[in-house]
Design a binder for this molecule. Structure first.
Ligand SMILES: NC(=O)c1ccc[n+]([C@@H]2O[C@H](COP(=O)([O-])OP(=O)(O)OC[C@H]3O[C@@H](n4cnc5c(N)ncnc54)[C@H](OP(=O)(O)O)[C@@H]3O)[C@@H](O)[C@H]2O)c1
Length: 244
């Protein structure tokens, strides 16, 4: 049985990805602050198959954090075959209001941690012919108003994807998924009002937001479905990127 690490996996898309990969992987569920939900997910998955899931906390804020998480995840079952960099901060940063702390949080979670986790896990991933899937965003290519830092971090993550795909081949495949509108943000400062939601929906050719399963199944396809795709960014957006 292969082993996957999914960051930010206690809820929402990360949890859906962890559940989907669990069909043929043991899963390390990383969380930062959602310990209760992460442990509940581990319990649910261990109920399906004993010793197949574990929840591990990390702030993912520094290189040392990433190395410690990689070491703990690797130690759990002797290696990691699939890394899914899903954890992400998402805040608007209108010009004039951003400060260094929000820069560090957005760049740290969306760009720095994926790079340093990839670096720390590269030996294990290489040994096991593993893969990395980075959760990017269709707005890595086309800006979202007032989200310059988030978009720049995701654009950096796309380049990390392509660059590491070259550097780690042929042992490790590295790809990204670029979701469109899947789940609206839950926290107040990220809230999308109903008028904006309706405007976005109108511009999605498929006429609906995506489902968690649309993303989770795509990640599983990139992890387990084939072994000749690397360095690619797969938009799962109902056609929205054609019409931003
Ligand atoms: N939702 C969408 O429609 C959509 C659209 C485009 C792209 N995406 C991308 O898809 C991925 C999953 O989306 P989502 O909406 O499910 O994510 P989310 O719920 O906003 O965040 C996932 C997890 O990331 C962790 N996290 C947040 N800030 C962090 C920080 N500063 N450092 C470390 N971890 C942090 C949190 O873990 P804890 O709760 O444990 O603290 C959170 O539960 C993200 O990479 C996102 O950018 C999503």
């Amino acid at each position: 049985m292969r082993n996957a690490l999914v960051t930010g996996a206690a809820a929402r898309l990360g949890r859906a990805i962890a559940r989907e990969l669990h069909r043929d992987h043991r899963v390390v569920i990383h969380y930062r602050s959602s310990g209760t939900r992460a442990r509940a997910l581990a319990e649910e998955l261990n109920g399906i198959r004993a010793d197949s899931a574990v929840a591990i906390q990390s702030p993912l804020a520094s290189q040392a954090d990433c190395e410690a998480l990689a070491a703990a995840a690797t130690a759990q079952w002797g290696g990691i075959d699939a890394l899914v960099n899903n954890a992400s901060a998402f805040h608007p940063t209108p010009i004039g209001e951003a400060d260094e702390s929000v820069w560090d949080e957005l760049m740290g979670s969306n760009l720095k941690a994926p790079f340093f986790l990839s670096q720390a896990l590269a030996p294990s991933l290489s040994r096991d012919n593993g893969c990395i899937v980075n959760m990017a965003d269709i707005h890595a290519e086309r800006p979202m108003p007032q989200h310059t830092i988030y978009c720049a971090a995701k654009a950096g993550l796309v380049m990390v994807t392509k660059s590491l795909a070259l550097e780690l081949a042929p042992q490790v495949r590295v790809n990204a998924v670029a979701p469109g509108a899947i789940l609206w943000p839950e926290s107040e400062d990220e809230a999308v009002d109903s008028e904006t939601q309706a405007g976005i929906l109108q511009r999605i050719p498929m006429g609906r937001t995506g489902r968690e399963a649309d993303i989770a199944r795509t990640v599983r396809f990139l992890v387990s479905g084939q072994d000749y795709i690397t360095g690619q960014v797969l938009a799962v957006d109902g056609g929205r990127s054609l019409n931003i």
